[in-house]
Write a protein that binds this ligand. Structure first.
Ligand code: FAD
Length: 395
């Protein structure tokens, strides 16, 4: 029988890797292991906070991948044995592999902010950086907040999942406030002094929401060091800030599965051969998506999709005794700032001396002086992108 490939994590990277392995070589025995029965998309989940979208439109099941002949297993993997080449599930089930692909996403470093914890995130201070119950909790808190209140977003240091995400979120929350609580404010306290698509974001905030959104960079004391959940106070290096709703997005690293099984280096992320995504720490284990260090590529769903395809082709080639193909990689991140205002950043990437680098002259940002019609069309592009990429993953 043909080789056995196990993929752990059925999100933006793993669902694609499993599907494209089967497309590359239908005889491969492909198993996809995912701990949740359904997948909830982070992309477009900020729109749930404004009320423009519901959770159903973000939720997908794995029947489409099963129909393709992929064995989809509901299990949480807790152990990887790179010598004997098996992974073990929470209940003790063992899955043998010839090649293992991991796309487990990120985990959160709560300890770097004094007073913060995973329990607080679940109960009162949702990060909502994995779409699901915390997204709805944050939405309910915004609904319960009095007009004139303050929602504070604490933005994490680089690198983190979805570089434009916190700033898109600020706009979606302001969209809700502008309709329902116009005296309220969105404060962004940032661990950084610059962010993705900054000029485009700041112009759009002003245009649609006036002074409702305020950004405090690290240089102005925005890098939050501690939190007091009882008094809803954020402790900064210069002054403290009170808020009615706090969305603290913690610093990030690779998912627990990678951290606990010797697949990360001192940075907290997984070093890989950037042509194949094979781990440089353990052979026959590949890491894609947010958990991996992929040169110039950002941690995005589209990047994970692109990496899933490159990795699937490299794994199929290796199993069939062929050299890894020359890869090409792509990413676009759309942000929806108002119902008729979208912006994007796009990149095309190539391998150079073993590193993923941007192709000079390719990609770029939405124009700073684009007209209203172009901004409105970019919202339609964002929604079209989402429909296409989720169909690519789940059908
Ligand atoms: P995920 O998609 O998170 O998938 C990981 C999967 O692995 C999960 O289903 C998890 O349950 C499973 N898993 C983890 N550990 C185990 C285990 N031990 N056993 C079994 N299963 C396990 N990206 C874009 O391209 N465009 C956007 O517009 C965009 N918007 C975003 C908005 C927000 C608010 C956020 C938070 C993110 C956004 N992103 C966007 C980023 C995108 O969500 C991530 O980059 C993408 O999900 C990464 O894919 P992944 O496969 O690495 O991880």
């Amino acid at each position: 029988p043909k080789a056995r490939v196990v993929v752990v994590g059925g999100g933006y990277g793993g669902a694609i890797a499993a599907k494209y392995l089967k497309l590359a070589d239908p005889e491969l025995r492909v198993t996809l292991i995912e701990r949740n029965p359904v997948y909830v998309s982070c992309p477009l989940s900020n729109e749930v906070l404004s009320g423009e979208r519901n959770m159903e439109s973000l939720t997908f099941d794995y029947r489409g991948l099963s129909r393709r002949g992929i064995a989809v297993m509901g299990d949480e993997i807790v152990e990887i044995d790179p010598e004997q080449r098996f992974v073990r599930g929470k209940g003790g089930a063992v899955y043998n592999y010839d090649k293992l692909i991991l796309s487990p996403g990120v985990s959160f470093d709560f300890s770097s902010i004094d007073g913060m914890s995973a329990e607080l995130a679940d109960s009162t201070l949702p990060h909502a950086w994995k779409a699901g119950p915390q997204t709805l909790l944050l939405r309910r808190q915004l609904e319960a907040m009095p007009d004139g209140g303050v929602c504070a977003i604490v933005a994490p240091p680089n690198p983190f999942r979805c570089p434009p995400g916190p700033y898109e979120r600020a706009a979606q929350i302001a969209l809700y406030f502008s309709h329902h609580k116009p005296k309220s404010k969105v404060m962004i306290y940032d661990a950084k002094d610059a962010f993705s698509k900054q000029g485009l974001f700041q112009a759009a905030w002003k245009e649609h929401y006036g002074d409702m959104i305020e950004w405090v960079p690290a240089a102005a004391g925005g890098n939050i060091e501690a939190i007091d959940a009882d008094s809803m106070t954020l402790v900064g290096p210069v002054e403290d800030f009170e808020a009615d709703v706090i969305n603290l997005i913690p610093p990030q690293r690779a998912a627990e599965l990678a951290v606990n099984n010797g697949l990360v280096d001192d940075s907290g992320w997984c070093p890989v051969n950037q042509q194949t995504f094979e781990s440089t720490l353990h052979s026959d284990i590949y890491v894609i998506g947010d958990a991996a260090m992929a040169g110039a590529m950002p941690k995005s769903g589209y990047a994970a999709n692109s990496q899933g395809k490159v990795c699937a082709m490299a794994v199929a080639a290796a199993i069939n005794g062929q050299p890894a193909p020359a890869p090409s990689y792509v990413n676009t991140c759309y942000s929806i700032l108002a119902p008729d205002h979208g912006i994007s950043v796009a990149g095309v990437y190539e391998l150079k001396d073993g590193e993923i680098v941007s192709v000079p002259g390719a990609g770029g940002l939405s124009a700073a002086d684009a007209d209203a019609r172009t901004r409105a069309i970019e919202v339609q592009f964002a929604i079209g992108w989402y429909r296409n990429i989720t169909a690519d993953m789940f059908t």
